[in-house]
Design a protein around this ligand. Structure first.
Ligand SMILES: *Cc1c(COP(=O)(O)O)cnc(C)c1O
Length: 479
């Protein structure tokens, strides 16, 4: 499709701008613009067509099945969007005096309380903007804790080899040294390998449970004990809370700090560039280190408190992405104590159903029971037919569904990581299974067709490395 600049026709644009109510200011010579501004000029109709075309070329959960593993692309109820759009929530200003926004502060305080209850934590900050930002924040808490005890040699963070890439990246941003531990043949953390690396340099362990292989770390209590006895803390990457919410509380299994991805588990649509939120919860003994300000109650009213000497400081302007918090609160209150574990159990049921329906054809990387996602390996398919995980993924696009996550986790060759989510019905999953099976058969009868896929998508096989490394961020007007 054409870029908005290529669609532009000079003279068709609108100049219906409100009069300038800001005082004009004469910029000094070095800061003055040398070339004329190039705004695209389109009629309203053309502009509307431009956005509709963009929309029709984009795939989202509103369009079809989207089983992208490790991302929880589930359907988020529209009701929660409506709640967040209520004028009392949407039309406030972050600098408004606290006594004029008591209702909003109450909503935040309640959301904090409920998320603490779900995770088994004592206090929580809403400041971090997403999961990776939460990781950074949580690791600062770990650092501050050790520093506060004069324990400055604890610089090592242990991370399993199945971890999401943001874990070692956050460790490195926090000036920690990442110590990777391999997983066992069954995909779980290798306790012996863990015991061999913990010690006086251990700052903590970052763990995702269930892991990115879709497996529950059943030895978690023993893992926690090992790390705690060595003087380290346990950080819970909550990106995979979806299948255990309301069933298992990370805090009860030994974790000291958690982050949640409200845009994965708690009803904010994931992707599309909209804001998410990565709140961080911790046990009471770490609360003094949380970012400021914190909401406190005083004489029956709520206020923001900014005095704590030991806080790690701010990690974001204001109090986080407020409307994302409202959506999470609406979701939790709608589902309630029974609905939340029911959603979790359905995520697990759907994943196991789909895995079982495919295991006679595709290789299940870790056979047995899975949690909310499962990992297939196309390694043997590739050896026998030349058809790779990427070919399978691209072929799925031609069938109106989003591919699963591919080539992750890194320890599974030709990985296809599928997360159907709890919001999909049996007929949808059955239809997807049928397509996965047809593609498998096609790999043996006509592999060339699969190497060509996708044939129906707007963009076929972009060079993903080049697309990421040589970003084109501006339009070249000269050409
Ligand atoms: C998505 C994800 C993250 C990072 O979260 P963002 O919100 O995308 O920053 C971290 N760990 C795991 C396991 C994830 O799936």
């Amino acid at each position: 499709m054409k870029l908005v600049f290529e669609r532009s026709i000079q003279g068709t644009g609108s100049t219906l701008l409100p009069p300038n109510d800001v005082e004009a200011y004469d910029l000094q010579e070095p800061y003055q613009r040398k070339l004329a501004l190039h705004f695209p000029e389109l009629t309203e109709g053309e502009l509307s067509r431009h956005y509709s075309e963009l929309e029709s070329n984009a795939f989202g959960v509103n369009r079809g099945f989207y089983p992208l593993g490790s991302c929880t692309m589930k359907y988020s109820p529209k009701l929660n969007e409506e709640c967040a759009a209520l004028p009392g929530f949407a039309d406030i200003h972050p600098l408004q005096p606290a006594h004029t926004v008591q209702g909003c502060m109450e909503a935040m305080a309640l959301a904090e309380k409920l998320l603490c209850e779900i995770t088994g934590m004592d206090n929580l900050t809403f400041q971090p903007a997403a999961g990776a930002h939460g990781e950074f924040t949580g690791l600062q808490l770990i650092k501050k804790y050790h520093d506060s005890r004069g324990d400055s040699k604890r610089v090592e963070l242990i991370v399993p080899d199945t971890a999401h890439g943001t874990n070692p990246a956050s460790a490195s941003m926090g000036a920690f040294k990442t110590v990777a531990i391999p997983s066992k043949a069954d995909g779980l953390v290798d306790l012996d390998a863990l015991k061999a690396v913990v010690g006086e340099n251990t700052a903590g362990l970052m763990l995702t449970n269930p892991s990115t292989l879709g497996l529950f770390e059943k030895d978690i209590v023993e893992i926690a004990k090992t790390v705690h006895e060595a003087g380290g803390l346990l950080y819970y990457d909550g990106a995979n809370l979806n299948p255990v919410m309301g069933v298992v509380r990370p805090g009860d299994t030994g974790f000291d700090i958690v982050h949640l991805n409200l845009h994965k588990t708690f009803s904010t649509p994931h992707g599309g560039g909209g804001p998410g939120a990565g709140p961080v919860g911790c046990k009471a003994y770490l609360s003094e280190f949380l970012p400021l300000p914190r909401i406190v109650e005083e004489q029956g009213s709520l206020r923001f408190c900014s005095d704590s000497e030991n806080s790690i400081g701010r990690v974001k302007a204001f109090y986080g992405h407020f409307l994302v918090i409202i959506k999470a609160l609406a979701y939790i209150l709608t589902l309630g104590k029974e609905g939340i574990p029911y959603a979790a159990q359905n995520a697990v049921l759907n994943a196991n159903y789909m895995m079982k329906s495919l295991e006679d054809l595709y290789t299940v990387a870790y056979p047995g029971r899975c949690m909310h996602e499962f990992v297939l390996s196309a390694e043997s398919l590739k050896k026998r037919t030349g058809v790779s995980a990427m070919d399978v993924a691209k072929a799925l696009m031609d069938h109106g569904m989003h591919p699963p996550t591919v080539y992750f986790p890194l320890n599974v060759h030709e990985a296809l990581m599928v997360e159907p989510t709890e919001t999909e019905s049996k007929p949808t999953i059955d239809a997807a299974v049928k397509v996965y099976r047809e593609i498998y058969d096609l790999a043996f009868t006509n592999p060339a067709l699969l190497h060509e896929a996708p044939v129906k998508a707007a963009i076929r096989r972009p060079d993903e490395v080049r697309a990421a490394r040589t970003l084109v961020l501006r339009h070249s007007f000269s050409s």
